[in-house]
Design a protein around this ligand. Sequence first.
Ligand SMILES: Nc1ncnc2c1ncn2[C@@H]1O[C@H](COP(=O)(O)OP(=O)(O)O)[C@@H](O)[C@H]1O
Ligand SMILES: [Mg+2]
Length: 482
Amino acid sequence: MFGKRSPGGTAAPALVLKTPAPAAPSRQPEPPPLAADTRRSPPPAAPTEQPRSDDYYQMKSMIFGALIEAIDLSQLAKLDGESAREEIRDIINEIISLKNVVLSIAEQEELLDDICNDVLGYGPLEPLLARDDIADIMVNGATRTFIEVGGKITLTNIRFRDNAQLMNICQRIVSQVGRRVDESSPICDARLADGSRVNVIAPPLAIDGPVLTIRKFRKDKLTLDQLVKFGAISPPGAEILKIIGRVRCNIVISGGTGSGKTTLLNCLTNYIDEDERVITCEDAAELQLQQPHVVRLETRPPNLEGTGAVTMRDLVKNCLRMRPERIIVGEVRGPEAFDLLQAMNTGHDGSMGTLHANTPRECLSRIESMITMGGFTLPSKTLREMICSSIDVIIQAQRLRDGSRRITHITEVMGMEGDVIITQDIMSYEILGEDANGKLMGRHTASGIGRPRFWERARYYGEEQRLATAIDALDQGEANAA
Ligand SMILES: Nc1ncnc2c1ncn2[C@@H]1O[C@H](COP(=O)(O)OP(=O)(O)O)[C@@H](O)[C@H]1O
Ligand SMILES: [Mg+2]
C-alpha cells in the first residue's frame, strides 16, 4: 500500500471517507446521496449504445473524488500499469463498501474500469480507442463525442466529467510527444502510441470547450482487393492501378479529407518491386510498406520555443541526396510540391504523393498555386510544362454523401495545348441513382481510349499484355454494382 493513507492502516477509512472534498478534480456540485433506484442505473455493458444516466456520472464523480483524495498520484505513477490498476481497484472497492453504495458485480466492474481508465489511461476515450472498427473519433467538448464507423458519423454516449477532465486527457496525450496544450498554445498535433493521429484545439480558440480529433491508425491496412470488394473500384480498374504502380508512373492521389488517399497510396506501394530503394516522407508515419529497402522520414513541428522545425520541404530536398529510386510524400501541402516534381522529373520515376483536391483538374491547379505561393517565380507556362513532364497519372478518391468511398477517376496527364494542360480519363465513376436505403448506386466506366500514354512504359516492364486485357475489360463496361 502507499499513498496519503496513514501507515497505521486504521486511519485509512477516515481518509478515504474525507469526501467529497472541495479540492477534488470534479467541478460538479456535490452529488446528492444515492437513492435506492439510482444504484441500479448504470447499464453494465455496451459502452456506446446505451446512454448512461446522470446518476451514474454523479456516483462516479463522487467515488472518483474520494479516490483522488485517498491516493498519492505521484506514488501511483511509479507503479506499472497492472499494479496501479490493482491498487486503484482495491481503494475503490473500499470506498464503495464504506459509502454503502449498492452495485451489482457487473456494475461495479464497469465502474472500476471506468475509473481506472480515467486515472491511468485516456479516460472515457479508452473504450473507443480499443475498437478497431472506428476510423475517426471527434470530441467536441465534454458532452459530445462523435465517431465515424463505415463512413457514417454517429454521436456516442461517451461523456467527460467536464471540460477540465477533457483538457487533462488532451494534455496527457500531447505530453507524450513532448508537447503542451493550454491557453497560450491552444493548437497541437500529436500521435498516440499506436500511431493514431491526434489534433487538439483548446479554448479560447475552440469556443465550446476543447476539441479533440483522432484519426485512428488501422493496423490491418485495406488492400486493393478489399477496395474492390467494397465497390470502391472495379476489378479491371484495380488491375490498372496495380500496373500503374508497378511500371513506375509518377502518381498524385487527389481527394478530400478522409476520402481514402493515404489508404490508396499504401495500396499502391504494394506493387513496388522488392529491390527498389524507396524513401517516404510524412507528417506522421502512416504508410506501411512491405518492401525490405525502405527509409521512413517524418517531419518535426517546432518545439516550445518555436524553433527546430523540420518541414516537408526539408525532408524532400534531403531525400534527393539519399539516392532514392522512388520518393513517396504522404501529403503534399506546400512548396515541397516543387521538389517532388523535380524528383519525378530527374530520374525518380514511380514517385507518389497525395494532395487535397476535389477533382483531377483542381489537383493540377492546386500544385501550381502551392508552388507559386511558395515563392517560386516561374512563368506559369513553364510551371505547367514542368507539371506535365513530371506527373503521369492522377487518381481521384472521393467520399460520397452516403459515406461510401470511391475511386472516381484515373486520369492521365497528356501534355500541353497552348497554355492548357490536357488530361484524359482512363476510368471514371458515374453515379446512377440512389437505392431505397439512401445508398448511392453507380458504376465505373471506361472512357474508351485505346491506349493510355503509359503504354510504352508498360511494355518496357513487360506488362503490355496485362494492361491490354485490363483496358478491354474496362471497355466492356464491367459495371461495378455499388
Ligand atoms: N474504399 C474504402 N472503403 C472503406 N473505408 C475506407 C476506404 N478507403 C479508406 N477507408 C477508411 O477511411 C478512413 C480514412 O482514410 P485515409 O486513407 O486515411 O483518408 P485520407 O488520407 O484521404 O484523409 C480510414 O479509416 C480508412 O481505413
Ligand atoms: Mg491521409
